[in-house]
Design a binder for this molecule. Structure first.
Ligand code: 8YV
Length: 322
Protein backbone atom coordinates (compact mmCIF):
# COMPACT_ATOMS: atom_id res chain seq x y z
CA UNK A 1 0.00 0.00 0.00
CA UNK A 2 1.27 3.49 -0.82
CA UNK A 3 1.92 5.37 2.36
CA UNK A 4 0.11 8.70 2.69
CA UNK A 5 2.37 11.70 2.12
CA UNK A 6 2.40 14.19 4.98
CA UNK A 7 3.97 17.65 4.95
CA UNK A 8 4.91 19.04 8.36
CA UNK A 9 5.10 22.83 8.52
CA UNK A 10 7.19 23.19 11.70
CA UNK A 11 9.98 21.32 13.48
CA UNK A 12 8.42 18.91 16.00
CA UNK A 13 9.70 17.17 19.14
CA UNK A 14 11.87 14.21 18.19
CA UNK A 15 9.54 11.38 19.39
CA UNK A 16 6.69 12.88 17.35
CA UNK A 17 8.82 13.06 14.19
CA UNK A 18 9.97 9.46 14.78
CA UNK A 19 6.38 8.20 15.02
CA UNK A 20 5.34 10.14 11.91
CA UNK A 21 8.30 8.68 10.00
CA UNK A 22 7.24 5.15 10.98
CA UNK A 23 3.71 5.66 9.69
CA UNK A 24 3.89 7.96 6.66
CA UNK A 25 6.09 9.35 3.91
CA UNK A 26 6.95 12.65 5.52
CA UNK A 27 8.50 15.95 4.46
CA UNK A 28 9.75 17.57 7.67
CA UNK A 29 10.84 21.15 8.17
CA UNK A 30 14.21 20.86 9.93
CA UNK A 31 14.99 24.58 9.50
CA UNK A 32 11.69 25.44 11.27
CA UNK A 33 11.32 28.42 8.93
CA UNK A 34 7.56 29.22 8.97
CA UNK A 35 5.72 28.51 5.71
CA UNK A 36 4.53 31.57 3.79
CA UNK A 37 1.41 31.58 1.65
CA UNK A 38 3.04 30.16 -1.50
CA UNK A 39 4.62 27.32 0.42
CA UNK A 40 1.31 26.49 2.06
CA UNK A 41 -0.40 26.47 -1.33
CA UNK A 42 2.32 24.18 -2.66
CA UNK A 43 1.94 21.90 0.38
CA UNK A 44 -1.80 21.71 -0.23
CA UNK A 45 -1.17 20.36 -3.73
CA UNK A 46 1.65 17.97 -2.88
CA UNK A 47 0.50 16.15 0.24
CA UNK A 48 -2.33 13.92 1.37
CA UNK A 49 -2.25 15.58 4.76
CA UNK A 50 -0.59 18.57 6.40
CA UNK A 51 0.50 18.73 10.01
CA UNK A 52 0.25 22.46 10.65
CA UNK A 53 0.44 24.83 13.59
CA UNK A 54 -0.45 28.29 14.86
CA UNK A 55 1.10 30.88 12.55
CA UNK A 56 0.28 28.97 9.35
CA UNK A 57 -2.35 31.21 7.83
CA UNK A 58 -4.53 28.67 6.05
CA UNK A 59 -7.14 30.82 4.36
CA UNK A 60 -9.68 30.02 1.64
CA UNK A 61 -7.11 30.62 -1.12
CA UNK A 62 -4.73 28.06 0.38
CA UNK A 63 -7.57 25.60 0.92
CA UNK A 64 -8.78 25.94 -2.68
CA UNK A 65 -5.37 25.00 -4.08
CA UNK A 66 -4.95 21.54 -5.51
CA UNK A 67 -5.70 19.39 -8.50
CA UNK A 68 -5.05 15.70 -8.92
CA UNK A 69 -3.45 15.74 -5.50
CA UNK A 70 -4.95 17.73 -2.67
CA UNK A 71 -4.45 17.45 1.07
CA UNK A 72 -7.52 15.83 2.63
CA UNK A 73 -6.69 16.66 6.22
CA UNK A 74 -5.10 19.47 8.22
CA UNK A 75 -3.94 18.03 11.53
CA UNK A 76 -3.35 21.11 13.64
CA UNK A 77 -0.71 20.97 16.36
CA UNK A 78 -2.65 22.93 18.98
CA UNK A 79 -6.17 23.43 20.20
CA UNK A 80 -6.86 26.87 18.69
CA UNK A 81 -7.78 26.82 15.00
CA UNK A 82 -8.31 30.54 14.39
CA UNK A 83 -5.51 30.53 11.78
CA UNK A 84 -7.55 28.15 9.59
CA UNK A 85 -10.64 29.17 7.62
CA UNK A 86 -12.88 26.44 9.02
CA UNK A 87 -15.87 27.42 6.92
CA UNK A 88 -13.88 27.11 3.69
CA UNK A 89 -12.37 23.82 4.86
CA UNK A 90 -15.78 22.36 5.58
CA UNK A 91 -17.15 23.55 2.25
CA UNK A 92 -14.20 22.03 0.41
CA UNK A 93 -14.36 18.77 2.35
CA UNK A 94 -10.96 19.22 4.01
CA UNK A 95 -10.92 17.64 7.47
CA UNK A 96 -9.46 19.78 10.27
CA UNK A 97 -8.40 18.29 13.60
CA UNK A 98 -6.88 19.74 16.79
CA UNK A 99 -5.25 18.57 20.03
CA UNK A 100 -7.50 19.45 23.00
CA UNK A 101 -7.04 18.29 26.58
CA UNK A 102 -3.32 17.65 26.74
CA UNK A 103 -2.33 21.31 27.13
CA UNK A 104 -4.77 22.29 29.89
CA UNK A 105 -2.27 21.97 32.73
CA UNK A 106 0.64 23.68 30.98
CA UNK A 107 -1.50 26.64 29.90
CA UNK A 108 -3.24 26.97 33.27
CA UNK A 109 0.16 26.82 35.00
CA UNK A 110 1.38 29.65 32.81
CA UNK A 111 -1.75 31.73 33.43
CA UNK A 112 -1.20 31.24 37.19
CA UNK A 113 2.45 32.25 36.75
CA UNK A 114 1.35 35.43 34.97
CA UNK A 115 -1.17 36.18 37.72
CA UNK A 116 1.60 35.89 40.30
CA UNK A 117 4.06 37.85 38.16
CA UNK A 118 1.60 40.69 37.67
CA UNK A 119 0.19 40.91 41.20
CA UNK A 120 3.68 40.68 42.78
CA UNK A 121 5.14 43.10 40.20
CA UNK A 122 7.90 40.62 39.44
CA UNK A 123 8.94 42.09 36.12
CA UNK A 124 9.44 45.56 37.60
CA UNK A 125 11.46 44.19 40.52
CA UNK A 126 13.58 41.87 38.39
CA UNK A 127 14.27 44.56 35.85
CA UNK A 128 15.39 47.01 38.54
CA UNK A 129 17.63 44.40 40.13
CA UNK A 130 19.26 43.52 36.80
CA UNK A 131 19.84 47.21 36.08
CA UNK A 132 21.70 47.47 39.38
CA UNK A 133 19.06 49.72 40.92
CA UNK A 134 18.43 47.62 44.03
CA UNK A 135 19.67 49.70 46.94
CA UNK A 136 18.91 47.14 49.62
CA UNK A 137 16.01 45.54 51.45
CA UNK A 138 13.13 47.77 52.51
CA UNK A 139 9.64 47.35 53.89
CA UNK A 140 7.38 49.63 51.93
CA UNK A 141 8.31 50.12 48.29
CA UNK A 142 6.97 48.19 45.29
CA UNK A 143 4.43 46.20 47.28
CA UNK A 144 2.19 43.80 45.40
CA UNK A 145 -1.20 42.42 46.35
CA UNK A 146 -2.14 39.09 47.96
CA UNK A 147 -4.42 36.62 46.20
CA UNK A 148 -6.28 35.07 49.17
CA UNK A 149 -9.98 36.09 49.13
CA UNK A 150 -9.46 38.11 45.96
CA UNK A 151 -11.82 37.49 43.04
CA UNK A 152 -10.59 35.71 39.93
CA UNK A 153 -12.78 36.37 36.91
CA UNK A 154 -12.45 33.65 34.29
CA UNK A 155 -13.68 34.60 30.83
CA UNK A 156 -14.36 31.26 29.15
CA UNK A 157 -14.68 28.48 31.73
CA UNK A 158 -13.74 25.64 29.40
CA UNK A 159 -11.00 23.08 29.97
CA UNK A 160 -8.15 25.55 30.50
CA UNK A 161 -10.26 28.11 32.38
CA UNK A 162 -11.40 25.35 34.75
CA UNK A 163 -7.82 24.12 35.30
CA UNK A 164 -6.79 27.67 36.21
CA UNK A 165 -9.81 28.17 38.50
CA UNK A 166 -8.89 24.97 40.38
CA UNK A 167 -5.34 26.22 40.94
CA UNK A 168 -6.50 29.67 42.01
CA UNK A 169 -9.22 28.38 44.34
CA UNK A 170 -7.46 25.43 46.00
CA UNK A 171 -3.89 26.64 45.81
CA UNK A 172 -4.29 30.36 46.44
CA UNK A 173 -7.63 30.81 48.22
CA UNK A 174 -9.21 32.94 45.50
CA UNK A 175 -12.96 33.23 44.92
CA UNK A 176 -13.89 32.42 41.34
CA UNK A 177 -16.48 34.02 39.13
CA UNK A 178 -16.82 33.24 35.45
CA UNK A 179 -18.53 34.25 32.27
CA UNK A 180 -19.32 31.84 29.46
CA UNK A 181 -21.11 32.62 26.25
CA UNK A 182 -22.83 29.23 26.41
CA UNK A 183 -25.16 29.39 29.38
CA UNK A 184 -25.74 25.64 29.66
CA UNK A 185 -22.36 25.17 31.28
CA UNK A 186 -21.91 24.44 35.01
CA UNK A 187 -18.40 24.90 36.34
CA UNK A 188 -16.63 21.98 37.99
CA UNK A 189 -14.96 24.34 40.47
CA UNK A 190 -16.48 24.43 43.99
CA UNK A 191 -18.25 27.70 44.81
CA UNK A 192 -17.45 29.23 41.42
CA UNK A 193 -20.24 31.60 40.47
CA UNK A 194 -21.45 32.30 36.98
CA UNK A 195 -22.13 35.97 36.20
CA UNK A 196 -24.69 37.10 33.64
CA UNK A 197 -22.55 39.50 31.69
CA UNK A 198 -18.94 40.15 30.89
CA UNK A 199 -19.43 43.69 32.22
CA UNK A 200 -20.31 42.30 35.64
CA UNK A 201 -17.16 40.19 35.61
CA UNK A 202 -14.96 43.11 34.53
CA UNK A 203 -16.28 45.22 37.42
CA UNK A 204 -16.10 42.59 40.17
CA UNK A 205 -12.84 40.75 39.52
CA UNK A 206 -9.46 41.57 41.02
CA UNK A 207 -7.75 39.41 38.41
CA UNK A 208 -9.26 38.65 35.00
CA UNK A 209 -7.96 35.73 32.95
CA UNK A 210 -9.01 35.09 29.34
CA UNK A 211 -9.66 31.57 28.03
CA UNK A 212 -11.92 32.01 25.02
CA UNK A 213 -11.15 30.94 21.45
CA UNK A 214 -9.79 33.52 19.04
CA UNK A 215 -12.75 33.59 16.69
CA UNK A 216 -14.45 36.56 15.00
CA UNK A 217 -17.03 36.80 17.77
CA UNK A 218 -14.32 37.26 20.39
CA UNK A 219 -12.20 39.81 18.51
CA UNK A 220 -11.70 42.81 20.84
CA UNK A 221 -14.02 41.25 23.41
CA UNK A 222 -11.93 43.22 25.89
CA UNK A 223 -12.16 46.71 24.44
CA UNK A 224 -11.63 50.23 25.84
CA UNK A 225 -15.12 50.36 27.27
CA UNK A 226 -14.76 47.06 29.14
CA UNK A 227 -11.22 47.85 30.30
CA UNK A 228 -12.63 51.05 31.82
CA UNK A 229 -14.97 48.92 33.95
CA UNK A 230 -12.04 47.19 35.69
CA UNK A 231 -11.02 48.20 39.19
CA UNK A 232 -7.88 50.39 39.12
CA UNK A 233 -6.25 47.72 41.32
CA UNK A 234 -7.12 44.85 38.95
CA UNK A 235 -4.89 42.79 36.65
CA UNK A 236 -5.58 41.30 33.22
CA UNK A 237 -3.99 38.04 32.05
CA UNK A 238 -4.20 36.75 28.49
CA UNK A 239 -2.98 33.28 27.48
CA UNK A 240 -5.74 32.82 24.85
CA UNK A 241 -5.33 34.81 21.64
CA UNK A 242 -3.95 38.32 21.20
CA UNK A 243 -6.86 39.77 19.28
CA UNK A 244 -9.33 38.96 22.08
CA UNK A 245 -7.96 42.20 23.59
CA UNK A 246 -7.82 45.59 21.86
CA UNK A 247 -4.07 45.98 22.38
CA UNK A 248 -4.07 49.75 21.76
CA UNK A 249 -6.77 50.25 24.38
CA UNK A 250 -4.90 48.01 26.82
CA UNK A 251 -1.67 49.98 26.36
CA UNK A 252 -3.57 53.18 27.09
CA UNK A 253 -5.13 51.72 30.24
CA UNK A 254 -1.73 50.52 31.48
CA UNK A 255 -0.02 53.83 30.65
CA UNK A 256 -2.67 55.82 32.53
CA UNK A 257 -2.59 53.41 35.47
CA UNK A 258 -6.31 52.82 34.90
CA UNK A 259 -5.59 49.16 35.74
CA UNK A 260 -2.78 47.85 37.93
CA UNK A 261 -1.09 45.47 35.53
CA UNK A 262 -1.25 42.81 32.85
CA UNK A 263 0.38 39.50 32.05
CA UNK A 264 0.41 38.67 28.36
CA UNK A 265 1.50 35.51 26.57
CA UNK A 266 -0.21 36.42 23.29
CA UNK A 267 -0.35 39.54 21.12
CA UNK A 268 -2.54 40.99 18.41
CA UNK A 269 0.07 40.83 15.65
CA UNK A 270 2.49 38.11 16.70
CA UNK A 271 5.45 38.04 16.66
CA UNK A 272 5.29 41.87 16.74
CA UNK A 273 5.04 43.29 20.26
CA UNK A 274 4.43 47.07 20.41
CA UNK A 275 7.35 49.10 21.75
CA UNK A 276 4.86 50.99 23.94
CA UNK A 277 4.06 47.73 25.70
CA UNK A 278 7.73 46.82 26.15
CA UNK A 279 8.38 50.21 27.72
CA UNK A 280 5.89 49.64 30.54
CA UNK A 281 6.92 48.10 33.83
CA UNK A 282 3.41 47.11 34.93
CA UNK A 283 3.18 44.38 32.31
CA UNK A 284 4.80 40.94 32.02
CA UNK A 285 5.37 39.81 28.44
CA UNK A 286 5.97 36.22 27.29
CA UNK A 287 6.42 34.91 23.72
CA UNK A 288 3.35 32.60 23.37
CA UNK A 289 4.68 29.77 25.55
CA UNK A 290 1.38 28.60 27.09
CA UNK A 291 1.87 24.98 26.06
CA UNK A 292 5.66 25.07 25.84
CA UNK A 293 6.74 22.21 28.09
CA UNK A 294 8.48 19.21 26.53
CA UNK A 295 5.89 16.79 27.92
CA UNK A 296 2.99 18.86 26.63
CA UNK A 297 4.44 19.45 23.19
CA UNK A 298 5.10 15.70 22.80
CA UNK A 299 1.53 14.91 23.90
CA UNK A 300 0.13 17.51 21.47
CA UNK A 301 2.19 16.09 18.63
CA UNK A 302 1.08 12.54 19.41
CA UNK A 303 -2.52 13.68 19.38
CA UNK A 304 -2.01 15.24 15.94
CA UNK A 305 -0.50 11.95 14.73
CA UNK A 306 -3.47 10.01 16.25
CA UNK A 307 -5.76 12.19 14.15
CA UNK A 308 -3.77 11.56 10.95
CA UNK A 309 -3.53 7.85 11.64
CA UNK A 310 -7.29 7.53 12.20
CA UNK A 311 -8.08 9.52 9.07
CA UNK A 312 -5.85 7.41 6.84
CA UNK A 313 -7.29 4.22 8.36
CA UNK A 314 -10.75 5.38 7.28
CA UNK A 315 -11.84 6.21 10.80
CA UNK A 316 -13.20 9.47 12.14
CA UNK A 317 -10.25 11.27 13.79
CA UNK A 318 -10.68 11.48 17.58
CA UNK A 319 -10.40 15.27 17.55
CA UNK A 320 -12.11 16.42 14.40
CA UNK A 321 -13.12 20.08 14.33
CA UNK A 322 -14.77 20.09 10.87
C1 8YV B 1 0.24 26.13 20.84
C2 8YV B 1 -1.91 27.32 21.45
O1 8YV B 1 1.55 26.18 21.23
O2 8YV B 1 -2.86 25.17 21.28
C3 8YV B 1 -2.98 26.35 21.09
O3 8YV B 1 -4.03 26.82 20.61
O4 8YV B 1 -2.15 28.46 21.49
C4 8YV B 1 -0.54 26.99 21.80
O5 8YV B 1 -0.49 26.50 23.08
C5 8YV B 1 0.14 26.51 19.43
O6 8YV B 1 -1.16 26.49 18.98
C6 8YV B 1 1.01 25.61 18.58
O7 8YV B 1 0.48 25.48 17.29
Amino acid sequence: MVRPRIIVTRKLPEPVEARLKALFTVAFNPSDEPFGKQKLIKAMTRADGILCAFGDNIDAEVLQAGGARKAQILANFGVGTNHIDLEAAEELGVVVTNTPGVLNDATADLAMALILASTRRMWMHENRLRRGEWQGFDLTSGLGCSLRDKVLGVVGMGRIGTALAMRAHFGFGMKVIYFNRSKVFAAAVPKAESVDSIEELMAQADVISLHVPGDAENRHLINAERLAMMKPTAHLVNTARGDVVDETALIEALQKGAIAGAGLDVFEHEPAVPEALKALDNVTLLPHIGSATLETRIAMGMRAVDNLQAHFSDQVPPHQVV
